[in-house]
Design a protein around this ligand. Structure first.
Ligand SMILES: C[S@@+](CC[C@H](N)C(=O)[O-])C[C@H]1O[C@@H](n2cnc3c(N)ncnc32)[C@H](O)[C@@H]1O
Length: 283
């Protein structure tokens, strides 16, 4: 008996949406390991389904990049899981979600899940990961001021921006943070940032490997600068760092400590949570 293989799906994306294949691939590489720090069978399934030269483009990763990437993703998963523990019917709004498979890692069966991405990325997601009854796709740029109108804030909102803000220009990042803080009182936003030195390397085309040139990342933020995010809007309240935990081998053991030492302490990739001020008490 011959087993019918599912038909492969072609991914022909522009440079910025294509970055979603890079993150997907590294999650899948890590998830295939028996000692993975981030089980993600859906990511493995997707990489097998997409007709794309993953290893030629992004390299046959030996494990370090996959683990670092997965530890970053796990920071987001923990924040989403904490939010859903507080607000089980809350809305998770994933800006620039690409082909992230977080829903299948952390869903509690009751949350609402909204994905906002560029139209070509949403079209591919819709084919590969058709939305279920609690999932919705919004095909718009996050810089479009209209997307918050499509979100129901009544059950609590957590906004995630994983691997997104670096592709925006600095004033766009500031406006996006201010808009989220002002439109979702009492909500929170979790996002990651590349340090300024890394952003500069991408702007001069120096982030390249044999098969791949990373697109420009105009926005960089050194971890030591995060308190300045409060100046984006008076509605931005607490600002906190989220650090990796639970790594494997020497990297896993040393990473949390290494990130506290200079120069990494202030000039490293970082994950940050912003809490937004709540609505004023009614008298
Ligand atoms: C590096 S990928 C990250 C994907 C996913 N969050 C993950 O971590 O696997 C960047 C994503 O941001 C999206 N993106 C970039 N600029 C955007 C914009 N202006 N509006 C909406 N999405 C954007 C891309 O299409 C892509 O899906």
């Amino acid at each position: 008996m011959t087993v019918q293989q599912p038909e492969k799906v072609t991914a022909d994306l522009g440079a910025v949406p294509e970055t979603a294949l890079w993150t997907l691939y590294h999650r899948a590489v890590e998830a295939r390991r028996p000692d993975t720090v981030l089980p993600d069978p859906k990511a493995v399934e997707l990489v097998e389904l997409i007709d794309y030269p993953f290893a030629d483009r992004f390299g046959a990763d030996g494990g370090l990049l996959g683990q670092l990437q997965a530890l970053r993703v796990a920071c987001f998963d923990r924040e989403v899981a904490d939010f859903l523990a507080r607000e089980p019917r809350g809305t998770v709004v994933c800006l620039g979600e690409g082909l992230e498979t977080q829903f299948w890692r952390v869903d509690n069966g009751r949350a609402q899940w909204v994905s906002v991405d560029l139209p070509e990325a949403v079209a591919l997601r819709e084919r590969l990961l058709p939305p279920g009854p609690r999932q919705r796709l919004i095909a718009r740029s996050v810089t479009d001021p209209g997307w918050p109108d499509e979100i129901d804030p009544s059950r609590g909102v957590l906004i995630t921006a994983q691997g997104l803000l670096m592709y925006l220009r600095p004033p766009e990042v500031r406006d996006l943070i201010a808009r989220c803080a002002e439109r979702f009182p009492g909500g929170s936003m979790v996002f990651d940032a590349v340090p300024r030195w890394f952003s500069r390397l991408t702007l001069t085309g120096r982030m390249r490997s044999a098969g791949y040139q990373a697109p420009p990342m105009p926005w960089g933020m050194d971890a030591g600068e995060r308190a300045k995010l409060r100046t984006a809007s008076p509605a931005v309240g607490a600002v906190r760092d989220v650090g990796p935990t639970g790594g494997r081998g020497p990297v896993g053991a040393l990473l949390p400590f290494a990130l506290t030492l200079p120069p990494l302490a202030t000039r490293r990739p970082s994950v940050t949570v912003l809490d937004f001020a709540g609505l004023p008490e009614r008298s």
